[in-house]
Design a protein around this ligand. Structure first.
Ligand SMILES: N[C@@H](CCC(=O)N[C@@H](CS)C(=O)NCC(=O)O)C(=O)O
Length: 267
């Protein structure tokens, strides 16, 4: 049976759980508590040397990278096929999957420069926070986390995130003007791959990033949330109280974020 190592509210874990739901696959859960640093234990690092979730184990096969995991699920022959047969549509889907690397980096930035940062600063001492960052095995991820916690929305990483998000929303708007889903009429692996990232921004209270400029993104998010896989993969793990508290903090940060976003768009 497929075994999934995952974090309850991690976006990449939600993405993979949505994929499991869409494919109707059975799986065994290995919860990893990211706040407690369980992603950095020696045993877990043997599976995933970067100390990140998700990881899938299928017998003697270990699969990392959420988009690769989704393609693996789709290749197993259970449930509806989510990668199109047509080579051109298949290439289009793979471009969406490849974009997820940049998009995830942007979501990480938007989380830890805003609401994540406020929560950490309010609940963990600087020494405690630095000790947990020091346990992250990837030096680039450590440098980034320190910078986001120190500088918030003034971090240089925010410009990179804005660029990735503007590109994402523009491409989504164009695609979704042609049909209800990213590849047109049919739901595909491209949609599965992107839902949890956009969902996170909405849960942070940042839907203003697309509401007026690229409104198809919001329409698509609503349609994606209506699928049973969203309930199984996201809602069952994200408490309403936690989302309400994220939105409340996000609402205080939004005016500054909005100003910076609009300045970026005008350049
Ligand atoms: N490109 C990877 C990114 C994985 C990743 O960074 N996951 C985050 C959660 S969404 C994580 O485990 N972070 C651990 C940490 O911050 O220490 C994927 O798509 O699987």
């Amino acid at each position: 049976m497929l075994e999934l190592y995952h974090g309850a509210t991690s976006v990449c874990s939600s993405k993979v759980r949505i994929g499991l739901g869409e494919k109707g696959l059975d799986w065994k859960s290995h919860p990893i508590n990211l706040a407690k640093g369980e992603q950095n234990t020696p045993d877990y690092l043997l599976l995933n040397p970067k100390g990140v979730v998700p990881t899938v184990v299928d017998g003697d096969l270990v699969v990392v990278e959420s988009s690769v995991i989704l393609e693996y699920f789709d290749s197993l022959g259970t449930g509806p096929r989510l990668m199109p047969e047509d080579p051109r549509d298949c290439a289009r889907a793979r471009v969406w999957l490849a974009r997820c690397i940049d998009v995830h980096a942007a979501i990480n930035t938007m989380t830890f420069s805003t609401v994540g940062r406020s929560r950490i600063l309010a609940s963990v001492t600087p020494e405690g926070s630095d000790a947990s960052i020091q346990r992250m095995p990837n030096p680039a991820a450590r440098t980034k986390r320190r910078d986001l916690l120190k500088n918030g929305l003034e971090s240089l990483y925010v410009a990179d995130a804005f660029f990735a998000l503007r590109t994402l929303f523009d491409e989504m708007q164009k695609a979704l003007e042609r049909g209800p889903w990213l590849l047109g009429e049919d739901y595909s692996l491209a949609d599965t791959a992107l839902i949890s990232y956009v969902d996170r921004l909405d849960r942070l209270g940042f839907s203003g990033l697309w509401d007026s400029r690229t409104p198809q993104v919001g329409r698509w998010l609503t349609a994606s949330r209506a699928r049973p896989s969203y309930q199984e993969g996201v809602s069952d793990y994200a408490g309403d109280a936690d989302t309400d508290s994220m939105r409340a903090v996000g609402a205080m940060i939004w005016p500054d974020l909005q100003q910076k976003w609009e300045r970026f768009l005008s350049l």
